[in-house]
Write a protein that binds this ligand. Structure first.
Ligand code: HEC
Ligand code: HEC
Length: 260
């Protein structure tokens, strides 16, 4: 009984081998680009989509459809995946991906970048007018003009996707770019200070309040510092803007891509 089973297994293995050989002979030596793309998409969905969105539609990382700012060729995309983009949230995958996987992911990203940028629903020109009339410029800098309480938006469209942009206008507390932690410092005597933590070391903390004033506080004078992880100094515009106006504003922000 056992022997029969063994023979059957051997025969099955042999036929699989023959079939594999036959396939190998008819296939070209180089792997077909389609399978590289499929492998690349799988890697992308697992490693990149949490920032770049499914299918590269954008999230906390930029939309990868259409012309890319940093990456213009397969090699430059490989370089970005290996080294990241220093000074930005784009991490290095040097230790996370093999050379082969890196190339496959890059092949997939290149195909996305060659696809036409999908136009959003809004109108960027109307969005620019709304940006002015809504007072966004009192807290944000675009091309050297505006207030500095919030992050600069000159290249926001190349760094963030539309879904994220919409979310940051409607629910600012849900999206926290690094460096905008809201803190409340309670001195042992005197008024509390509420604002964005600009800097902190062992001895002192710098806080910029909503009025834009920077307070330098010695920790020895403080009773405590509360870190308000869910707080933000940006007001929500959910009730102030109609959905179509939001589309326009997002289209304007998505078009802010800085100098090429
Ligand atoms: C932690 C979030 C995050 C992850 C994970 C991430 N990225 Fe990025 N990526 C970014 C951000 C943010 C930028 C924009 C950097 C900038 O220019 O400010 C970026 C930029 C890029 C660019 C350049 C786009 C351009 O306009 O030239 C490419 C290409 C890219 N990422 C590919 C990938 C790939 C492929 C992966 C997965 C292997 C990946 N990224 C994973 C956040 C991320
Ligand atoms: C009172 C100041 C203030 C006003 C007014 C304001 N913002 Fe903000 N904004 C901030 C702050 C502070 C942040 C940092 C994120 C956080 O704390 O949630 C931010 C974050 C953002 C971000 C995310 C940036 C990033 O790098 O992820 C976008 C986009 C944005 N604001 C757009 C707008 C638009 C559009 C308007 C006008 C409709 C506006 N803001 C009005 C203070 C403001």
């Amino acid at each position: 009984m056992r022997r029969t089973l063994l023979i059957v297994t051997c025969l099955a293995a042999l036929s699989t081998l023959t079939a594999t050989l036959a396939v190998a002979q008819t296939k070209p030596a180089a792997p077909a680009p389609v399978s590289e793309m499929t492998a690349g998409r799988r890697i992308f969905d697992a490693q990149c989509a949490w920032c770049h969105g499914n299918g590269g539609d954008g999230g906390t990382g930029p939309n990868l459809h259409g012309l890319l700012r940093h990456a213009t060729s397969l090699n430059s995309i490989v370089d970005i995946i290996v080294n990241g983009i220093p000074g930005t949230d784009m991490p290095s995958f040097r230790l996370g991906l093999t050379e082969r996987s890196t190339r496959q992911a890059a092949t997939y990203v290149l195909s996305l970048s060659r696809a036409a940028a999908r136009p959003g629903a809004g109108n960027a020109e109307r969005g620019a007018t709304l940006y002015q009339s809504s007072g966004c410029g009192s807290c944000h800098v675009v091309e050297g003009r505006g207030g500095i309480l919030g992050p600069e938006l000159t290249t926001i469209g190349s760094r963030r996707g539309s879904v994220y942009l919409r979310e940051s206008i409607v629910k600012p507390a849900a999206a926290h770019p690094p460096g905008y932690l809201v803190v409340r410092a309670v001195p042992t005597s005197g008024a509390e200070v509420h604002g964005i933590r600009v800097n902190e070391d062992v001895f002192s903390i710098l806080i910029r309040d909503a009025g834009g004033n920077v307070h330098v506080l010695q920790k020895s004078d403080l009773a405590r510092v509360d870190r308000e992880l869910e707080a933000t100094l940006m007001p929500s515009y959910e009730s102030r803007l109609a959905p179509a106006q939001l589309d326009d504003l997002v289209a304007y922000l998505a078009a802010l891509r800085g100098a090429k």
